[in-house]
Design a protein around this ligand. Structure first.
Ligand SMILES: Cc1ncc(COP(=O)(O)O)c(C=O)c1O
Length: 363
């Protein structure tokens, strides 16, 4: 079946043994591993190296470790928003982001997303000419839920606009390392560091259970973020940080990402082939270059929520219908579906898509 899972790496892809060895080593050699402690300088160095591979030059004082990207989003919301402030997003937005900003009850200005090139940058400029939102939220690669990656032109124009209008961008790049084809395009943080706050995570490449993510921000913001973070969890788990740093120091993480991408590419292609075979002209969709989702725009007036109920009941298939991604006051789409391809085996994906097509026949 296709799954609700937000791209959990498949069981066999998590390098349990290597991580276990690193964990054991830290426990037996590092007397501070079980204490409260400052964020791991060695893990921040590792993040600097990862970011360099992504085309972003930063140093470890600009890396702020978080308990997952989700905490990064919450902290940025607390840093940048006051109650009732306005923010600029696309019509379809990752629900976890909406939860992160919800305490501030923000006003959303939303713009459409081109299914091939990403956020509609002309529409962004139109909003910025009239309003001054607190920030712009984007997923440059493997957008959740639409799975589109922004064109280089869109990135350059948006990064330039952020500095021209003095409006920061929150660049949520959790899927940026999961690339299956196409050029390795740098995130916007590589183009305009001062105005773009980068959000990264080990959840999609290693394991969400680690709960380790990071922000790349101007260094003067780090002490402010530290105070905000302290009030929520004091610290990202010291033990996990140190074990992760030891794992990254001793293992070929680039090779690991290549293996993960290879496995996910097979799953993506299995889903694409099954969609071609069973859906034909009943849905519009694109095979994504990044991420873990395929987005379907169904033809006609199909209600995604109703389809989900039927699919769960009669075929044990789960997906997320488009209405889950609509923001308060923004436009609602009813006939869109987000399918996840990273979680299931290719055989389960083929079977699941065939069964989903059958359910669609019956609604
Ligand atoms: C776009 C996006 N941002 C952030 C997150 C949260 O990631 P983490 O597990 O690092 O908190 C997710 C998780 O699915 C996501 O899809």
């Amino acid at each position: 079946v296709t799954s609700f899972a937000l791209g959990l790496p498949a069981e066999e892809l998590f390098p349990r043994r290597a991580y276990g060895l690193a964990l054991r080593n830290v426990l037996s050699t590092d007397p501070q591993a079980l204490q409260y402690g400052p964020s791991s300088a060695s893990l921040r160095e590792n993040v600097v190296e990862l970011m360099r591979r992504r085309g972003v030059q930063c140093d470890r004082d600009e890396v702020f470790l978080t308990s997952g990207a989700q905490q990064g989003l919450s902290l940025l919301a607390r840093l940048l928003l006051s109650p009732g402030a306005s923010i600029l997003t696309e019509h379809h937005v990752y629900p976890g982001f909406q939860q992160a900003v919800q305490p501030f009850e923000p006003r959303y200005h939303t713009v459409p997303t081109d299914r091939a090139a990403g956020i509609d940058v002309d529409a962004v400029e139109h909003v910025l000419r009239r309003f001054r939102p607190a920030f712009i939220y984007v997923n440059p690669e493997g957008h959740n839920p639409l799975s589109v990656s922004m064109s280089m032109e869109a990135r350059s124009r948006l990064a330039a606009m952020a500095s021209e209008y003095g409006v920061p961008i929150v660049e949520d790049d959790v899927y940026g390392f999961l690339r299956y084809e196409g050029p390795d395009q740098p995130p916007m943080s590589a183009l305009s560091r001062g105005h773009v706050f980068y959000v990264g995570s080990f959840s999609k490449t290693l394991a969400p259970a680690l709960r380790v993510g990071w922000l790349i921000v101007p260094r003067e913001l780090v002490p402010i973020l530290s105070v905000l973070k302290e009030s929520t969890d004091l610290d990202t788990g010291t033990l996990t940080q140190r074990a992760l740093a030891a794992y990254l120091d001793r293992n070929d993480f680039a090779g690991h990402i290549t293996r993960v991408c290879r496995a996910y590419r097979v799953r993506r292609d299995a889903m694409a082939a099954a969609l071609r075979r069973h859906f034909g002209p009943r849905a519009r969709w694109r095979s994504p270059t990044h991420g873990v989702f395929i987005w379907l725009d169904l033809e006609g007036d199909v209600d995604g929520r109703l389809l989900l109920e039927r699919a769960l009941d009669s075929a044990r298939i789960a997906f997320v219908p488009s209405e889950a991604f609509a923001v308060p006051g923004g436009p609602q789409q009813r006939n869109g579906l987000r399918l996840n391809f990273s979680h299931c085996t290719p055989a389960a994906i083929r079977d699941g898509i065939a069964r989903l097509a059958q359910v669609l026949d019956e609604v």
